[in-house]
Design a protein around this ligand. Structure first.
Ligand SMILES: Cc1cc2nc3c(=O)[nH]c(=O)nc-3n(C[C@H](O)[C@H](O)[C@H](O)COP(=O)(O)OP(=O)(O)OC[C@H]3O[C@@H](n4cnc5c(N)ncnc54)[C@H](O)[C@@H]3O)c2cc1C
Length: 590
């Protein structure tokens, strides 16, 4: 908890207490002990979404693997939209980050001979995903959190909600934030601010993402004039539980689980992802089974199966079945205990005896705040890392298990750049901090906290936004659906202006927090829909039925959405290609 000071100021202020934020804070405190670092988080850090990651984190470890193979899988998985210099940085630093975590206490699962266990993951053609059973995120975040406790230089602001960036003299000089417990609006000054605020899957109605994932940091940067990159690329995961959207990790398939349609057929063999192998044959490399294709392809195949009438009908929508029975109770309990626990607890099915119903579910945003490979944005003093940022290593489709690696590698790098910037500038004046907090408070009182209005509700606008995105900017989109979504979002933005809160109290005003989150969701929804409308090709997770082919001549480019009066302006910038020229994505028994 924060020690109250007359004026809250830090050399480096990290926004976000998830994996990226804590890794960044440790990098500052460990390597620059004289640097003051603040970590501000809208929830207690251990409640950040990183805690729910299940399957694992990718890093080369086996002698038969190589950095080039990891890079190639990532780049082809991204449908060649990843920046290859960023991918090379990711893979080169990945293994050191995993070993570092081990030294800090992360209990990686081990083989009987003592080696670190690795499993294959979707689109990764070799086993390189490190895991701690299927609770990797919990152990990873716990390890980082405990490590932060060693450093007195790290000051935490738990349950503070950042509402805006303080920008003066052309640079970011801190944030305004509400202490949720007291309702007080305060400024926290900083020489450098690092946004590690995570993703925004909650803009869709059915998602694996926790309710706090509302894209706040992306919106903070967007409003400050920093572009959002590649926002049209939204990842659907193929295996969520119907009803809740709770994730059944890819680890279930990596351990040998298979997907079958209502004819009992392993339908992925019909989608260019390879042929079924005899799973009982110990020499068969499970890694090459078609269930371990990339997520974009698997999610698209689900939609096609549904259109062909080959999915099951259920009370919570159509589904296919994930069958892990052949693994046996012992293996299931040893390798993927949480899969069993979640299935039993949330749908009353024990996967030892019955297949698990699963369906596609929004999982991750490839897009985010445009940064360079050091985490720097176009606004001096503002840095970003983790899921809120777009470096870009994920391009048009992220491979499972690369995100945990990304938050570590690029969280640490953003910290280095932030310290470097902090050494060259001075702290903001008290006057700037006081006036920023005052004007932010007045803005809220003139809008969300005003006493009269037309009575729009947070939940009403939010569910209309979610529905508009799912309808118009889902797994398959076209010009007409996207146009409709864009115009619905414009209407919703007007309705948001009329939003009135029923709770105007100060203490733990969760209605105010959700209203502020909704403002961010409208921003990123707008960026997603307009970026998708402008990209008239199909690539990775962005499938335009009216433009079904990849168009490298026209669109081997990152999109950049800038907030403007009215609709956002969409610009483009080149993709960095170093050693892997664009090619065909090939998966299967090769
Ligand atoms: C169910 C699930 C399973 C996953 N499994 C895997 C996996 O096995 N492997 C893998 O590689 N990836 C996985 N992912 C993806 C991966 O976990 C995330 O991309 C990653 O953990 C994001 O980390 P982060 O630090 O960027 O953000 P988060 O962990 O989401 O943290 C964001 C932080 O920002 C803070 N914050 C946000 N807005 C504000 C604000 N306005 N004011 C103050 N603070 C704010 C929050 O409080 C939080 O502390 C999974 C994701 C999900 C949802």
């Amino acid at each position: 908890m924060v020690e109250k000071m007359d004026s809250l100021q830090h050399d480096v202020l990290v926004v976000g207490g998830g994996g990226a934020g804590l890794r960044a804070a440790i990098a500052v405190a460990r390597d620059h002990p004289d640097t003051s670092v603040g970590v501000i988080s809208k929830v207690y850090p251990m409640r950040s979404h990183t805690v729910s990651a299940e399957g694992g984190a990718a890093a080369v470890i086996s002698p038969s693997d190589s950095l080039d193979d990891h890079a190639y899988d990532t780049i082809s998985g991204s449908d060649w939209l990843a920046d290859q210099d960023a991918v090379e940085i990711l893979v080169e630093n990945a293994t050191d980050e995993m070993l570092q975590l081990e030294h800090w206490g992360c209990p990686w699962s081990r083989d009987p001979d003592g080696h670190v266990s690795v499993r294959p993951f979707g689109g990764m053609k070799l086993e390189r995903t490190w895991y701690a059973a299927d609770k990797t995120g919990f152990h990873l975040l716990h390890t980082l959190f405990q490590t932060t406790l060693k450093y007195d230089a790290i000051i935490r602001y738990d349950e503070w909600f950042v509402t805006s960036l303080i920008v003066a003299d052309g640079r970011c000089q801190g944030v305004t934030a509400i202490d949720i417990r007291t309702g007080e609006m305060l400024s926290i000054g900083a020489k450098s601010v690092v946004l590690c605020t995570g993703g925004g899957g909650r803009v869709y109605p059915f998602t694996t993402n926790g309710s706090i994932k509302t894209g706040d940091g992306m919106s903070l940067a967007y409003r400050a004039g920093v572009p959002l990159k590649d926002m049209e690329f939204v990842q659907y995961h193929p295996t969520g539980l119907p009803g809740t959207g709770i994730l059944i990790t890819e680890a279930a398939r990596s351990e040998g689980g298979v997907l079958v349609n209502n004819e009992g057929r392993r339908y992925l063999q019909d989608y260019g992802l390879g042929q079924p192998l005899d799973l009982k044959d110990p020499d068969h490399p499970r890694k090459r089974t078609m269930e371990l294709g990339p997520r974009d392809r698997l999610s698209q195949a689900f939609v096609k199966e549904r259109e062909a009438g080959r999915t099951f009908e259920g009370a919570d929508g159509d589904y296919v079945e994930l069958d892990i029975r052949h693994l046996g109770e012992r293996e299931i309990d040893r390798k993927i205990p949480m899969v069993r626990e979640l299935a039993v607890r949330y749908i009353g099915i024990d996967p030892v005896h019955d297949p698990i119903p699963v369906r596609t579910v929004v999982h991750y945003m490839m897009g985010g705040i445009d940064t360079d490979t050091r985490g720097a944005t176009s606004l001096p003093g503002l840095f970003a890392a983790g899921e809120c940022a777009c470096v870009s290593v994920n391009g048009a489709n992220r491979l499972g298990s690369n995100s945990l690696t990304e938050i570590l590698v690029f969280g640490a790098r953003a910290a280095v750049a932030a310290v470097d910037h902090a050494s060259r500038v001075s702290l903001p004046s008290n006057q700037l901090l006081e006036s920023s907090a005052r004007s932010e408070q007045s803005r809220l009182e003139a809008t969300l906290l005003r006493k009269n209005g037309a009575g729009e509700t947070v939940s009403g606008i939010r569910s209309d936004l979610q529905e508009a995105l799912e309808e118009g900017a889902g797994i398959f989109r076209d010009e007409a659906t996207l146009q409709r979504t864009c115009s619905t979002i414009t209407d919703l933005q007007e309705r948001y202006e009329k939003l009135v809160l029923t709770d105007t109290s100060r203490t733990f005003n969760t209605e105010l927090v959700t209203a502020l989150e909704l403002g961010a969701m409208l921003d990123i929804g707008e960026a997603i829909a307009h970026s998708a409308l402008a990209r008239t090709e199909s690539r990775g997770s962005h499938q335009r039925t009216d433009h079904p082919d990849r168009d490298d001549a026209g669109f081997l480019k990152h999109s950049l959405a800038y907030q403007s009066e009215g609709n956002p302006t969409i610009g483009y910038k080149d993709v960095t290609i170093t050693r892997w020229p664009p090619g065909e994505r090939v998966y299967g028994n090769v």
